[in-house]
Design a protein around this ligand. Structure first.
Ligand SMILES: NC(=O)c1ccc[n+]([C@@H]2O[C@H](COP(=O)([O-])OP(=O)(O)OC[C@H]3O[C@@H](n4cnc5c(N)ncnc54)[C@H](OP(=O)(O)O)[C@@H]3O)[C@@H](O)[C@H]2O)c1
Length: 309
């Protein structure tokens, strides 16, 4: 099968396009004929070798941990899926990824693709959408009337976080550059701060939740906008526990644990029209390096998708 893979850690020049064997299908796996994959920052972080402390791989390694496609075969113990089902998934990051014509995924990580989305749109959902779901719904448990600040609202995770917080009744503020101000309003953001022109930490206060997708200074300043007992949830780095104690705010930091049942719930919100993916750019599989270049710019709008079939 055709795939994009790496033989060594390094820059975009390490991305090879060529033939690799089709994956073996374990008893609990579904083999997915991949129609589309999406690109996330973790793809190029793994490519560079930044996550070697946490994740050990054998080469060649196929990158990409978002997929939408059609079930082509099922393992002996699979009960929930049949050949021909249209599905989407955030596959296990410990295994080969989805920049390929086929991927084998444990059925527990798979869900039926939302009926109202194309394969390209569906591939844009699992990793970023589940991350926003875990932050907004499971950890923050956002309630009607709460004030929620989502950093980088125009990015892959931010687009879902804004929409989920709105769907659960929150007042949502977000940070973007000027060119994305109108865009995030279309996602439902109530208050939009152009981070080049204004300092969110001087303008916002009394927030129940801040969702940190940036780390560094942005995370540091985010403490100031929280009310007492508010929650700072980060997906980038562990926030300062000492500072949190002094200010009386709560902290959370997590790395997504994917789950097919949660993905199915998110799919239902999508089918009800409460959440939608935004695909900002589509590349053919052979152009994975261009897709990485865009992701590495830190200024992609919405999601980047690789079209495979
Ligand atoms: N822990 C986990 O499980 C987990 C899961 C998913 C992602 N992550 C991490 O979370 C981070 C975000 O992921 P992502 O997929 O959303 O990234 P992304 O799609 O690449 O984010 C790009 C967006 O960031 C915005 N941005 C850049 N600088 C900004 C700033 N100073 N303030 C506000 N917005 C800014 C850009 O908007 P403008 O062009 O308007 O600047 C752009 O739309 C990454 O580091 C990723 O690795 C972690």
């Amino acid at each position: 099968m055709k795939a994009v893979y790496i033989q060594n850690y390094g820059g975009r020049d390490q991305l090879m396009y060529g033939d690799l064997p089709k994956p073996e299908v374990g008893d609990n796996d579904v083999l997915i004929e991949v129609h589309a994959a999406s690109v996330n920052p973790v793809d190029w972080k793994i490519r560079e070798g930044y996550l070697q402390k946490f994740l050990t791989y054998e080469f060649p390694l196929i990158l990409g941990w978002d997929v939408a496609g059609v079930v082509a075969a099922v393992g002996a113990k699979v009960t929930r899926f049949r050949v021909g089902d249209e599905v989407f998934s955030r596959p296990a990051i410990e295994r080969n990824g989805s920049y390929a014509e086929y991927i084998a995924v444990d059925e527990r990580l798979v869900a039926r693709k939302p009926k109202n989305l194309s394969f390209e749109e569906s591939a844009a959902v699992p990793l970023a959408g589940l991350t926003a779901w875990e932050a907004m719904v499971e950890i923050a448990d956002v309630k009607p009337g709460q004030k929620v600040l989502v950093h980088a609202g125009a990015g892959g995770v931010g687009i879902y976080a804004i929409q989920l917080a709105k769907a659960f009744g929150a007042h949502v503020a977000t940070t973007v550059s000027q060119r994305n101000v109108e865009f995030v309003r279309t996602l439902g953001a109530d208050e939009v701060i152009d981070y080049n022109a204004r300092d969110f930490s001087k303008e916002l206060s009394g927030y129940d939740v801040v969702f940190d997708t940036m780390g560094g200074d942005v995370q540091e300043k985010s403490f100031q906008v929280l009310k007492k007992d508010g929650l700072l949830v980060s997906i980038v780095s562990q926030p300062n526990a000492e500072k949190a104690k002094q200010l009386g705010v709560r902290l959370a930091y997590f790395f997504l644990q994917p789950d097919g049942e949660k993905l199915a719930k998110l799919g239902q919100l999508i089918e009800r029209g409460l959440v939608r993916p935004v695909v900002g750019a589509v590349f053919p599989l052979q152009d994975a390096a261009k897709a990485h270049e865009l992701s590495e710019s830190h200024h992609a709008r919405g999601k980047i998708v690789l079209s495979i079939r």
